[in-house]
Write a protein that binds this ligand. Sequence first.
Ligand SMILES: *Cc1c(COP(=O)(O)O)cnc(C)c1O
Length: 465
Amino acid sequence: MSVISNHMPTAELQALDAAHHMHPFTSNAALAKRGARVITRADGVYLTDSDGHQILDGMAGLWCVNVGYGRHEMAEVAARQMKELPYYNTFFMTTHVPAIALAQEVAKLAPEGMNNIFFAASGSEANDTNIRLVRTYWSVKGKPSKTHIISRKNAYHGSSVGSGSLGGMAYMHAQGGMPIPGIHHINQPDWWSEGGDMSRDDFGLARARELEDKILELGADNVAAFIGEPVQGAGGVIVPPDTYWPEIQRICRKYDILLIADEVICGFGRTGNWFGSQTYGISPDIMTVAKGLSSGYQPIGGSIVTDEIAEVMGSTEFMHGYTYSGHPVASAVALENLRIMQEEKIVEHARDVAGPALKAGLETLADHPLVGEISIKGMMASMPLTPHKESRAKFAAERGTVGTIGRDRSFANNLIMRHVGDRMVVSPPLVITEEEIDVLVSRARKALDETYQIVKDEGLLKPAS
Ligand SMILES: *Cc1c(COP(=O)(O)O)cnc(C)c1O
């Protein structure tokens, strides 16, 4: 057995990685040429790579490390739980203390009347649960024809066949036989890219009413549910117009369609409330959670449901579950994460301190020649890059060309800022301080300045015609 240590030369680690490791959402041949960045440790909001760079993690890992890195309490809880009961399942009439305690705590934090959770090990798994759950729910209620699920283009709900089908990423659907039948995608509420001459509010209403059109087209008796992220994350932090969610809620109620809020990113403080649904004043029937539930320290997710759904589902045997549903170590760590969130008032910090500071900081970038606007809700934000602000023009170059330059310049300036197409995205740990936000913004500005220079030099500052 070889011993892989943090002290091996970076090039050696990269060569081994390239030889044996297939990365998600990556062209592995291209990565092998360039060499993956090797992250060796992390503390607070800073990552350290194998060359010793201190990198500010403006993405909280993948939108998940809400309490920041280096929380030894979490490690201690995990070690204790592993010694006491490293694994047991929750099938076959058994349970264990960590799953009980976490389910109770989630019920306490979730909106009124949502007192049950079905556990999974990830957001993808939880959304797969939701597909079968909503169809089974309607079938038990004597409406087995209600099977169709409506989602949005450019939504992200996971990468398994079911959750990837719920998602609306065309480039994902192009590979491997997705979407599965019975899933439909309406247009997203992305005013900046697709709003044309409409006001934001009119556009929000128009996009919400596409749900009504789709329900009428399919027949309400055939529609089980609508699913949406309160704020689309992986799609580029698309903050919907204020008119959008109330209208979606109204339509779901009118036609007796279940509303699934995918809270995998928005949940547990990201938008400044415990759940994005609260930020938008909606009452979903199901909330998908993962990521922030454990701050990424352990893989865990789940579907939080209303009491009515729990009761209906409880009247039958739901032939569904995962080996790691309610995994004891993951549950114990998630519970510790929720304790830290509450004791340190991290949601309040996100709402009252870090969120406003991030907004103020990013707004100083709004007049940068490349930045179209600052799109922000709580602690998730994006900046669409544009060759022409007034017309909200896209670049003539292939989508993502300029965004990739922006991402690379961020990395070069020791800031993790992601790109989605030509949008730059940030979603830092919720615990980030005002001083650290200043560092984030100044590195982002430098990255944008360098990107602008490159874009100009390479003749890419041309709007698409
Ligand atoms: C990340 C994400 C998922 C998928 O979660 P995994 O844990 O990666 O399976 C689902 N929904 C949303 C909104 C996400 O951001």
